[in-house]
Design a protein around this ligand. Structure first.
Ligand SMILES: C[S@@+](CC[C@H](N)C(=O)[O-])C[C@H]1O[C@@H](n2cnc3c(N)ncnc32)[C@H](O)[C@@H]1O
Length: 228
């Protein structure tokens, strides 16, 4: 893991840590509390930007990367990684020839990712905005992406920003590339993704809180910016 794009606050070490208070998270080995607590706090304070009150389950994360040809993949991008449940599945299977770029906007969640995946070879965790992910690709000399794994709450993005993410994906994805989008509202946004992609399949994941699934999308339809 290498760079940060935006400054992430450094954790300060308190020589006399306070005793556990009832309104603070259950104690864990991780500063800031367990992943579910970080997600819950982020959801309660930022709502729409986070869109989920708990990290995805391992079943959801495995579905997100299902069917990837790990021998062929040279570059995988994850957008809106949260505390990293999908990143964790990704790093288990990453081959030495594959670069992974992980982008998270929230500074606290990004700090958790950077802490959790420090030292993983070929994995770059960026504190930044997924709507500018073409910039992060260019800075790293990554012209082509094999798979985009999106945990972003895209349906609640303003249309211009949603088009920026999908337009960058359209330009960067290889001919056989996939755009994968997780959701906790099964099938509700199927029509929206079908306006952008020729081929959209929905994979249901019951073992998640709440149950959800993954849209597997291929083949962008024309100019993304023209999608209403
Ligand atoms: C529904 S959560 C998914 C988190 C994680 N992927 C998971 O499955 O548990 C959405 C995540 O997208 C992040 N996010 C929202 N807007 C973003 C943006 N413009 N750029 C990067 N990350 C963003 C949020 O901070 C949050 O961590």
């Amino acid at each position: 893991m290498t760079t940060h794009e935006l400054p992430v606050a450094e954790a300060k070490t308190n020589p006399n840590p306070p005793r556990h208070q009832p309104d603070s998270p259950p104690p864990t080995g991780r500063p800031g509390g367990p992943d579910w607590w970080l997600m819950m706090k982020a959801f309660l304070t930022q709502g729409k930007q986070i869109a989920s009150c708990a990290p995805s389950s391992a079943a959801m994360a495995r579905k997100m990367i299902d069917g990837i040809d790990w021998d062929a993949a040279k570059c995988i991008v994850e957008l809106g990684a949260g505390t990293g449940p999908i990143t964790a599945q990704l790093v288990k299977r990453l081959k030495p020839h594959t670069r992974a770029l992980v982008i998270e906007l929230d500074p606290t969640l990004c700090a958790r990712l950077q802490d959790r995946f420090r030292g993983v070879p070929n994995l770059d965790v960026v504190h930044g905005d997924a709507t500018q992910f073409d910039k992060y690709l260019a800075e790293r000399g990554l012209p082509e992406v094999d798979h985009v794994l999106s945990g972003l709450p895209l349906p609640s993005f303003p249309k211009e920003l949603r088009n920026a993410v999908l337009g960058t994906s359209a330009r960067a994805l290889s001919a056989r590339g996939t755009f994968r989008q997780l959701t906790v509202m099964p099938l509700v946004y199927y029509k929206m993704y079908a306006r952008y992609f020729d081929d959209v399949k929905f994979r249901f994941v019951p073992w998640n809180l709440p149950p959800g699934g993954v849209y597997m999308c291929r083949g962008f339809r024309g100019t993304v910016a023209s999608v209403k």
